[in-house]
Write a protein that binds this ligand. Sequence first.
Ligand code: MRU
Length: 367
Amino acid sequence: MADRRVPALRWEERPEGPAVVLLDQRRLPGEEVELVCADVPALVDAVRTLAVRGAPVLGLSGAYGVALAAARGADVADAAGQLAGARPTAVNLAYGVRRAEAAYRAAVDGGGAVPAAAALAEAEALHAEDAEASRRMAAHGHALLERLCPAGGLRLLTHCNTGSLVSGGEGTALAVAVSVHRAGRLRRLWVDETRPLLQGARLTAYEAAREGMAYRVLADNAAGSLFAAGEVDAVLIGADRIAADGSVANKVGSYPLAVLARHHGVPFVVVAPVTTVDAATESGAGIVVEHRPGHEVTRFPVSGGAAVAPAGAGAYNPAFDVTPPELVSAIVTEAGVVSPVGREGIAELCSPSRTGTSRTGNGMMNA
Ligand code: MRU
């Protein structure tokens, strides 16, 4: 991953003005192509069409998008609304927008810093925080796995894509797997292909290959037989939103994995930064799940999108599902590990007094 030519997202001062430059994830793994977003509508389109995707980097897109609007002299409030509304489930997007917009407003009201510079500085601060959070999650998650599965090489199953493509650092769940790999403890990374848009087969396999990990891609519906064969030591996934009760919204197909993991006695571990926790959403029922166009299901999402269903076929295409807290073994964050998962542990995680290695016995434990 480290040698990738193009970072997932960067700010660039170009002769024609500033821009947010993305590695276009729609074109991976075949081509590493930059997508230059010189205005907010272009960035919003990139978010909607998944040129940039995954909760933490959506937060960065939101923050840099506000900075872009400010630098380009656009209406910042309008831009913030467009950006925050581009996708509804990943709470990080609105969080990033809010942070940069608040910095911009404070500069406007305070009359000190240049407002556009203040928004950009906030986006850059969020970027650095995200990279640091990623390092800490990898360390906490790796330590947790060593405790849960002390013997033998680890066989980890992951879903969707949660690596450096979604982050200012090395990601969330995949960063944990990378840490295990670098320590020589990974026996196999099982990569769910992740229909309909194949974030696993296209993106996680791309990142795993670059890292030299021992990985294999499987069709999503092969996961059951993999568990039945005793081939999975732990499931590692990311999250788009975690409600106050510990319910986890993540890429559709995560919930069935949690059910399988529980049936087979395998730990189901969620890895996400604290910014993915949305304490204002009381429970999983309150999480807004994005539904996407049916053609993503009825056409194959590569090589021109060949039809795989008859013309006019209807489709059910939720982008995410919600796993209830009782099926989640642990939530790994940069501030520590929540286990058991429930209201108490999530509240402790969100409390201003948290230290990063919180007390045991109340749902937080040292990693
Ligand atoms: O629709 P996507 O590709 O944006 O969905 C992404 C996921 O579901 C990821 O697992 C999640 O954002 C966590 S990324 C660290």
